[in-house]
Design a protein around this ligand. Structure first.
Ligand SMILES: Nc1ncnc2c1ncn2[C@@H]1O[C@H](COP(=O)(O)OP(=O)(O)OP(=O)(O)O)[C@@H](O)[C@H]1O
Ligand SMILES: [Mg+2]
Length: 262
C-alpha cells in the first residue's frame, strides 16, 4: 500500500485566541505556513496582527489554542527558546542601533542570537576565534545578500529609510531563522523603494529562510510577494487565498481594501 504523505507545515496555528480582559483581540484564528511560502497577513489597524505575532513567538500566552512549529507544540515556550528553534520576528519598532555601522549591527545580531558566549570573547581559544571569523563572514554575507554591501561600514544613522528597512531585516536574519516574521517592514517606503524591498524579500525564501510571514499595510507589496494572504478583521479570519482571490473578495474589499485604496 502506498501512502501519499503531504509536506508537513513549518508552522501551524490552531484556534488561536487572545483575550485582554473584556477585549478579544484575536479569536479562533487558525492557519498553516508551508516551507517555501511567503504568507501575507493583512487587516485594518487593531485587527490583531501584531497580537498574532506575539502569540506565535511566545511574547503573549494565548488564552486558547496552540502553535505547532516544526512538529513541536511551542505554545508555552519562552520567546528566546522559540527564536532558537528558528521562529524569529521583527518588531514594529526598529531593532537597529543608530551609532553602529551596518556590518556591526548585523554582527551584533549574531551575538544576540547566542552564537558566542561572553567568556569565549574574553578568553579567545582558537575554536572561539574560528567561530568569531565564521560570524563575521556570515554578517558580511547577509549584508551583501540584502543589497547593502556598498553601505557595509556606514553608520546606521546615515542610511536612507529604504536602506534602514533592509538593515532591520538583515539583523533579524543574523538569528538564522527558518521562519522569519516581519511586522510592517516596509513602513515609510515610497512605491519604488517598496518594490525593491519586495524583490529582496523574495530572494530570501529558500536561501536564508524557509518561509516568511509578512504583516504589511502596503498592499502592492503584499500582493506582489505573497503566495497566500490571510485577512484578519476584528480578530477573526475574514479570508484566505492567493493574492488575486483576496483582491477580488467582496468581504475583504468592504472591510479593508476599499478603505486602503481610498
Ligand atoms: N497588551 C495588550 N493589552 C491590552 N490590549 C491589547 C494589548 N495588545 C494589543 N491589544 C489590543 O488588541 C487589539 C489588536 O491590536 P494589534 O496591535 O494586534 O493590532 P494590529 O492589527 O497589529 O494593528 P496595527 O495595524 O495598527 O499595527 C487592539 O484593540 C489593541 O488595543
Ligand atoms: Mg500591529
Amino acid at each position: 500500500m502506498s501512502v501519499m504523505r503531504e509536506t508537513a507545515p513549518l508552522l501551524r496555528a490552531e484556534n488561536l485566541t487572545m483575550r485582554f480582559g473584556g477585549l478579544t483581540a484575536v479569536r479562533q484564528f487558525g492557519f498553516e505556513i508551508m516551507p517555501g511560502e511567503i504568507v501575507g497577513l493583512i487587516g485594518p489597524n487593531g485587527a490583531g496582527k501584531t497580537t498574532c505575532f506575539n502569540m506565535l513567538t511566545g511574547f503573549y500566552k494565548p488564552t486558547e489554542g496552540r502553535v505547532v512549529f516544526k512538529g513541536e507544540d511551542i505554545t508555552r515556550w519562552k520567546p528566546h527558546a522559540i527564536a532558537r528553534r528558528g521562529a524569529v520576528r521583527s518588531f514594529q519598532k526598529t531593532n537597529v542601533m543608530k551609532t553602529l555601522s551596518v556590518f556591526e549591527n548585523v554582527l551584533t545580531g549574531h551575538y544576540m542570537a547566542g552564537c558566542q558566549t561572553l567568556l569565549g570573547t574574553f578568553l579567545p581559544t582558537s575554536r572561539v576565534r574560528r567561530q568569531e571569523q565564521a560570524m563575521r563572514d556570515s554578517a558580511a554575507d547577509i549584508v551583501q545578500r540584502i543589497g547593502l554591501a556598498r553601505r557595509m561600514n556606514a553608520p546606521a544613522h546615515l542610511l536612507s529609510c529604504g536602506e534602514l528597512r533592509l538593515l532591520e531585516v538583515a539583523v533579524a536574519l543574523a538569528a538564522k531563522p527558518s521562519l522569519l516574521m516581519l511586522d510592517e517592514p516596509a513602513a515609510g517606503l515610497n512605491s519604488h523603494e517598496a518594490a525593491m524591498f519586495g524583490d529582496v524579500l523574495k530572494t530570501l525564501v529558500g536561501t536564508y529562510v524557509e518561509a516568511l510571514l509578512l504583516v504589511e499595510h502596503n498592499m502592492s507589496l503584499v500582493m506582489a510577494v505573497s503566495d497566500r494572504v490571510l485577512v484578519l478583521n476584528f480578530g477573526q479570519k475574514l479570508a484566505e487565498g492567493r493574492p488575486a482571490e483576496i483582491q477580488a473578495n467582496q468581504d475583504v474589499i468592504e472591510a479593508y481594501l476599499g478603505k486602503a485604496a481610498a
